[in-house]
Design a protein. Structure first.
Lengths: 494, 113, 178
């Protein structure tokens, strides 16, 4: 035991990476196998290694505290982000196992997928610009490789995959250019050093930051350039769609969160950035809300709603730039948003993909009457969709401005942010209720008879509904100021 | 050697790359446009290292790792494009891979499969 | 450094910048894909000469491998398709359509956008670049210095890159088998 603890201390904070690398190493002896028993063994091995990595990630932070060296930085936020990545990876193993189990390259696919998780973890941990950049490029490369292999049987998908991945290639090239501008201002090698230095107000840093923001904007396929993502999501194989939503996009969001500190500095100096961010948030939220409402394809609905929630991240940054929320609260809002996305979209997509597989169509008519024909799933899905009403916590910070003050006095920027938040909430309600109402309409007979859900899906969806219910109860108790001993767990120190 | 001139020159090369990205449609031309942005970043790194810092290896190491990883990524994309291609299909090279296209059905309505 | 050698370096510097600009422009504008790639290879040749001017010639030998490998494979790929592919009327129509599509509107908007970005960059940085204090010392980087830095500080990055090569090997097997 002491030996294990001493090894753990030596490799801190890379314990999770070591476990996953070891799992890939073991799987490398079985890569050419196509036997079912071997596939099951590899799935079990990778699931156990991800659970162990999840535990070690939290344990290493709790026991050893913050860690920092030339290349890596491991703090509170990194611990949460890595936990999110590993949790998403565990769920993606489920998706890949469900839809690619009969693929003869199944074990190779899983090995490549686990390596993408390792690259994502390195990206999150990275403090040095070189490691950050290389980890990002390797991550995009591995995701590209996964997508091409998962879609090997999909007809005519190749131009859409290439069209999609030209965008992240441009992202990394713009990052390369942005880092060259940073180098012109200062030879500091990480964002924290740059923020704390005297060179932070250098115009080359400002230009580099603009280039980074444009690069992240392109990476996340925000409006008006969402085309390749929407088109690919419609045609993709099921597990590769899940890969985009639960692996590719979270890393983009963590990329944006790495730039928060620098962005905050420049926003304080010049309000124009706040207005630009607000305009981008407004376009994303409105266009995604309308796009989700105006389509009958479930895949497009989810794709647009995903972009909607990414617009909410930008809205959070706008709220911070307008001074409505503080820096620590911005991190909390972002983390809360990520949890909302993961805990709702995963079970929703698992059900919708199963529906599409059964009916060979992703029309919204497939979910019509689901609440009547399959009451259990209908109730679970309703709980999950209604969890989106939790977005209303965004209105909370505005309340202090309305206690006895004139509306005009709070300032035009804060008013505009409030209007955009209200519009976002309205669009979210419209889309939520549009889908929930479908569950309880009269079913289309010939569609609902064909649907057979795997048993594991019931357990999977129940887990997420229970977590959402627990979070809702916890939130309610906090609002009512009821103190229960076990509920005092809070992650502090942002 | 005029430092300001070099930086504005690298900016010019960067703008050539940006122009190429918006103007060109087929995949080869898009990749060529990407090269200009990379070249401009390399000129930035080298000129800043030469004129502003002494004995800083960081830029060379960044260039080595950066170029290796970016070019490997681009090579894999080209490899995929090539391996999955019908060799007699010359139209594949003319196919539209324009990066920033605004199409109605990407905003609302349905997408024709 | 003597005046003559300084002059030679300056001449080579400006000549390589000019060569880069000319070959780059030709590469962007030319319609034939193979010629585009040839001009791009020439552009990289001038970038290589430029790196010698900036006393980082070692980069040509390390980085040049990746760049040349990529460009040559791209050139061979285009050459194979254009040489062995069947010539069709649609090919000619596509070229004509491309010419018609690249109208004034198709050129002016990107030019205006690029000029706008350039102007913003110029406004932001002109004061800073004028006031920059330049370092007159020369330090020529050697392979030994780079490899020492690699293994002392950046070892984990090397490990990740090499691991990605192994993983990509698996991918190549899968793609070529399918």
């Amino acid at each position: 035991m002491d030996f294990l603890i001493s090894i753990s201390e030596k490799i801190n904070p890379l314990q999770s990476v070591m476990i996953l690398s070891f799992a890939i190493f073991i799987s490398s002896f079985f890569v050419m196998s196509e036997r079912r028993a071997v596939k099951r063994f590899i799935v079990m091995l990778f699931s156990v290694s991800l659970i162990l990595a999840f535990y070690l990630n939290i344990y290493s932070f709790v026991s050893a505290g913050n860690f920092s060296n030339v290349l890596l930085s491991f703090e509170n936020l990194q611990m949460i982000e890595i936990s999110i990545i590993i949790f998403c990876a565990l769920n993606l193993i489920f998706f890949i196992s469900t839809y690619c189990r009969d693929n003869r390259h199944f074990i190779k696919i899983l090995s490549i997928f686990l390596f993408s998780t390792i690259s994502a973890v390195f990206f999150v941990l990275a403090r040095n610009f070189i490691l950050m950049f290389v980890a990002l490029v390797i991550f995009i490369l591995v995701i590209f490789q996964l997508m091409t292999v998962l879609n090997s049987k999909t007809d005519r998908i190749k131009p859409y995959i290439i069209g999609f991945f030209l965008r992240p290639v441009l992202t990394v090239i713009l990052f390369f250019f942005g880092f060259s501008l940073f180098y012109g201002a200062t030879d500091f090698k990480d964002f924290n050093q740059v923020i704390q230095s005297e060179y932070v107000s250098n115009p080359l840093i400002a230009l580099g930051l603009i280039i980074f923001i444009v690069a992240v904007y392109l990476y996340l396929f925000l409006f008006p350039f969402q085309g390749p993502y929407i088109r690919l999501a419609r045609r993709n194989e099921f597990s590769s769609n899940a890969l985009i939503w639960f692996s590719y996009f979270p890393v983009g969001i963590f990329m944006l969160m790495k730039l928060d500190g620098l962005l905050g500095f420049f926003i304080e100096k010049n309000n124009i950035y706040a207005y630009i961010l607000l305009a981008i948030a407004f376009i994303c939220i409105t266009a995604a809300g309308i796009g989700a409402f105006k389509t009958n394809s479930l895949r497009r609905v989810i794709s647009f709603l995903f972009l909607f929630f990414i617009g909410v991240f930008i809205l959070n940054i706008s709220m911070f730039s307008a001074g409505i929320i503080t820096g620590p609260l911005l991190s909390w809002f972002n983390i809360g948003n990520i949890f909302l996305i993961i805990f709702s979209f995963m079970p929703i997509y698992s059900i919708f993909s199963s529906l599409e597989k059964n009916t060979n169509s992703d029309s919204i008519d497939n979910i019509r009457g689901l609440g009547r024909s399959n009451i259990y799933l209908g109730i679970n899905l309703t709980i999950i969709f209604l969890s989106w009403i939790g977005f209303v916590h965004h209105v909370g910070p505005f309340i202090k401005y309305f206690s006895g003050t004139n509306l005009i006095q709070i300032g035009i920027l804060k008013l505009m942010v409030l209007v955009v938040t209200a519009i976002a909430f309205i669009f979210l309600l419209i889309n939520t209720f549009r889908i929930v109402i479908q569950f309880f309409k009269k079913p289309l007979k010939d569609v609902t008879e064909k649907i057979v859900f795997p048993r594991f899906l019931y357990i999977y969806v129940t887990f997420f509904s229970l977590v959402i219910l627990a979070a809702a109860v916890w939130g309610l108790l906090k609002i009512l100021n009821v103190d229960i001993g076990i509920m005092n767990f809070e992650i502090a120190g942002f | 050697m005029n430092f300001q001139f070099i930086i504005y020159f690298s900016l010019l090369v960067f703008l050539m790359g940006i122009f190429g990205i918006f103007y060109n449609r087929d995949i080869i031309s898009v990749f060529i446009s990407f090269q200009f942005i990379i070249i401009s970043a390399v000129i930035n790194f080298l000129s800043f290292s030469q004129f502003l810092y002494q004995s800083s290896l960081w830029d060379e190491i960044f260039i080595i790792f950066g170029i290796a990883s970016i070019y490997f990524l681009m090579f894999c994309i080209i490899c995929y494009f090539y391996l999955k291609l019908d060799l007699l299909d010359r139209e594949a090279l003319n196919r539209d891979f324009i990066l920033f296209k605004v199409v109605r059905h990407d905003w609302c309505g349905e997408d024709e499969m | 450094m003597s005046f003559t050698s300084q002059l030679i370096i300056i001449i080579i510097h400006y000549a390589s910048l000019l060569g880069l600009l000319i070959c780059g422009s030709l590469s962007l504008i030319h319609s034939d894909r193979r010629k585009k790639l040839l001009f791009l290879i020439l552009t990289f040749l001038f970038v290589g000469i430029l790196s010698f001017v900036y006393y980082s010639g070692i980069l040509v030998f390390i980085v040049g491998v990746f760049v040349i490998f990529f460009l040559v494979s791209l050139y061979l790929f285009v050459f194979q398709i254009e040489f062995f592919g069947s010539k069709t009327n649609e090919d000619q129509d596509a070229r004509n359509n491309n010419k018609i599509k690249k109208t004034i509107g198709g050129i002016i908007l990107p030019v205006l956008f690029s000029v706008g970005i350039g102007y913003l960059f110029y406004i932001y940085t002109s004061d800073f670049l004028k006031d920059t204090v330049l370092n007159g010392n020369i330090y020529i980087v050697g392979l030994g210095d780079i490899s020492k830095q690699f293994f002392i500080e950046y070892g984990p990055i090397m490990v990740i890159v090499i691991a990605s090569l192994f993983i990509s090997f698996l991918w190549f097997i899968m793609i070529s088998k399918d």
